[in-house]
Ligand binder design. Structure first.
Ligand code: ADP
Ligand code: MG
Length: 707
């Protein structure tokens, strides 16, 4: 069976379903077979209502008396129902899922799974999921239904629901046995002899995939996951190894260390570099002094001072007679960079151009860039458009690199090959040095696997004199008593406030707060303060104007969507309120919170949740720590790598299995991947034997390499 064939090769998938699946990244037979259940429902573990104990439970029963009520100020909806079996009845409750009211057939039985606990004076089942008891199952004797006690649950893909996936796989049950082996060293006439751990053997893949979709026992799932995790990590690590090999075959300008000049720059800084900044700077400066391209990621929490490190590196390239490009995700940020770098570098004779979409005289500026009149070109996407040519670009810096797609990064890097000044490097393997920067700390295990081809520098230290940020979870009900007085006292003390909302405008379907309405509300509560709003759909000049006024202290409360998340620096802002905080990922909350605590005053961040909500693990972690690396590890544990990766990088990564905290598995895979990558490098012709493996590797490379 050819796993790389179109997904329409699978029984039960016609053109229509295939078109739909494609939207979710499922193109091939392989993609489908690797679309794994997100969970399993264990139907053996139902409990009679009279025997229920608090905790996660499953009951089997009918549901009646469904009704939905609106609560509190923001139109929060609660749906109630009564679940009964032959031993009793309990209340079910859902938040913001009004469709539940119409979902059920009162005459049918369902499996309800949820948390059973005591709340608001009664025991209830909170937000249960529901699976209808099939006719076959309800008629069958209890003893007869052992075969499928463990029911896979698939994440719905648009209109394709879990059951449909189940049906498709069921139809193709026999096909699983034909799934070929994948990893080197496991199949007949395999040129490579690789000694994998004992859960990788001939037939291991077919077995694992079958067990994932049709497990008989929970142990089946555990074993299958072990194989698939290994496979996943192994592919990723080979991809990283190969990327690194490819990178080492490219050539870039050697930009030697300029000791005197660097010292001069550092001594002109208004502050002492932290030890962490010094170390990172040194690592970068050494990389630049090399004729293979640097490919380095500079990680440092918000406010750790990455910009000045980038400036020192840029200065080395400039002193060697080359141009440097600094790409930033927003006009606000690019402008801020231009301002602070002008202050640092212009006194030393560096000429800096700022190119954003609002820049006037753009054509003239582009001409001057191509003529080499500027040394450092700072900008947004405007600097990667096709009509921008550089004179002698040899070093690219990308700030907040996760904000850019692979294509955008590649576009910037490809500019070097079209420099107007001819390079002395022969051939066309020319690439610039690349420094990517991110404030989203990447957990070590992800670093080794997903970003294995990158060298990493870490700034794990904040400049001295920073005040800690205190974080508090509050509910809407605390606003009057706790929040408003605090807001007033901060403003009276001359400070400013960020107020973050999820939506731009109120809409009937959205239950979360909107910027416009919240702004009005706060204007009503604080008539003497200057309250304004900002959101991503405003025109760039309008946005810049608001941000500028906020930075100048002309706005007291800025009600905004997450557009303020990236890099913005207003040290006078000392308080942040994040409404509907449960809706954000940890990394994003951490980024947002980093907008305060940038000055010398103590700051506070309020995470606001609805009155009915309990704080999630995520929010509690935020309350406990401001350490980005700790939070990143927590995030990895809570959400799994797939989502973290998604937030780090655009594009889909099919990283759904591996538990990246499993260092044993990772180091085994790392050893074998190294051996295989080396073989591939020495005997490229044997790679033909591993067509499918290479397709998978190529996909990872697309997503992970920064070249
Ligand atoms: P980020 O890493 O979030 O990009 P920035 O580079 O914007 O951080 O730096 C945040 C602020 O800290 C800036 O105002 C910068 O001038 C200042 N800063 C950077 N390094 C130091 C230092 N070693 N001592 C004091 N202040 C510093
Ligand atoms: Mg920054």
């Amino acid at each position: 069976m050819d796993l790389l064939a179109e997904v329409t090769e699978v029984d039960g998938i016609g053109k229509q379903i295939a078109d739909h699946l494609r939207k979710f990244g499922i193109y091939t037979v392989r993609d489908l077979f690797y679309f794994l259940p997100r969970d399993y429902e264990n139907f053996q573990s139902t409990i009679k209502i009279c025997d229920l104990q608090p905790g996660k439970v499953m009951v089997r029963g009918k549901i009646s008396n469904l009704s939905t009520k609106n609560t509190t100020r923001r139109g929060f909806k609660i749906t109630y129902g009564k679940i009964s079996d032959d031993t009793g009845a309990i209340r079910a409750i859902w938040f913001n899922q009004p469709y539940r009211e119409k979902q059920f057939d009162p005459d049918r039985e369902y499996y309800f799974t949820g948390n059973y606990d005591f709340k608001n004076g009664t025991y209830q089942l909170t937000s249960p999921s529901a699976v209808v008891v099939s006719d076959k199952r309800s008629k069958a004797e209890e003893s007869e239904i052992s075969e499928a006690d463990l029911q896979p649950i698939y994440k719905a893909r648009g209109t394709i629901k879990s059951v449909k996936f189940h049906q498709i796989f069921d139809k193709n049950r026999a096909k699983f046995a034909q799934i070929p082996d994948l990893l080197p060293g496991t199949f007949p006439d395999d040129p490579l002899q690789i000694d994998h751990p004992n859960y990788v053997h001939t037939g291991a893949r077919a077995e694992a995939l079958f067990k994932m979709h049709f497990p008989e026992t929970p142990n089946d799932v555990t074993e299958a996951k072990r194989y698939l995790s290994y496979e996943e990590v192994f592919e990723m690590l080979i991809a990283a190894n190969l990327s690194k090999q490819e990178n080492s075959k490219l050539h870039s300008e050697k930009l030697p260390f300029v000791e005197e000049k660097t010292k001069e720059l550092i001594s002109s800084l208004p502050f002492q570099l932290t030890d962490a900044q010094r170390k990172a700077t040194w690592e970068i400066l050494k990389d630049l002094d090399n004729d293979t391209p640097m490919n380095r990621l500079l990680q440092g929490d918000v406010g750790s001072g990455k910009t000045v490190v980038a400036a020192i590196a840029a200065y080395q390239a400039i002193c060697n007679g080359f141009q440097v490009a600094l790409l930033a995700p927003t006009a606000i940020l690019a402008t801020q960079h231009a301002e602070s770098l002008r202050e640092l570098l212009e006194p030393l004779g560096v000429r800096i151009a700022l190119l954003v979409s609002a820049t006037k005289r753009k054509d003239a500026l582009k001409k001057e860039i191509a003529q080499g009149k500027y040394n450092l070109i700072i900008g947004t996407h405007a600097i990667i458009t096709d009509d921008v040519f550089f004179h002698s670009l040899a070093f690219c810096i990308i700030d907040e690199q996760h904000r850019f797609g692979v294509n955008q990064r590649q576009k910037l890097l490809s500019k070097t090959a079209h420099n107007t000044r001819k390079s002395t490097i022969p051939g066309n393997n020319i690439a610039p040095h690349l420094l990517s920067m991110t404030a989203t700390p990447i957990p070590r295990s992800l670093q080794l696997t997903v970003f294995g081809d990158l060298d990493v520098s870490i700034i794990n230290q904040l400049p001295g004199g920073r005040q800690p940020i205190e974080t508090k979870i509050i509910t809407e009900l605390d606003q009057k008593e706790v929040l408003y007085p605090h807001v007033a006292s901060e403003i009276e003390n001359g400070h400013q406030i960020y107020w973050i909302c999820r939506n731009i405008e109120d809409s009937p379907s959205a239950e979360t707060a909107s910027v416009k309405k919240q702004c009005q509300k706060l204007q009503g509560i604080f008539p003497h303060y200057r309250v304004e709003f900002l959101h991503g759909r405003m025109k760039p000049p309008e946005k810049d104007e608001i941000m500028k006024r906020f930075a100048e202290g002309k706005i007291d409360i800025l009600v905004s969507t997450t557009v303020v998340e990236v890099g913005v620096n207003v040290p006078n802002a000392s308080l942040m309120v994040i409404m509907d905080a449960e809706g954000y990922g940890l990394a994003q909350l951490h980024q947002l919170r980093g907008r305060v605590g940038r000055g010398t005053v103590a700051s506070t961040c309020y995470l606001m949740i609805a009155a009915e909500m309990k704080p999630t693990k995520r929010l509690k972690a935020m309350e406990q720590s401001t350490d980005g690396f700790y939070l990143a590890e927590m995030d990895l544990k809570i959400r799994g790598p797939g989502e973290i990766y998604g937030s780090l990088q655009h594009g889909e990564l099919n990283l759904q299995i591996a538990n990246l905290a499993d260092t044993g598995l990772i180091s085994q895979a790392a050893r074998q991947a190294k051996v295989v990558a080396k073989e591939f490098n020495q005997n490229p012709e044997i790679m033909l034997k591993y067509k499918e493996l290479l397709a998978g590797i190529a996909q990872y490379q697309q997503l992970t390499t920064l070249n």
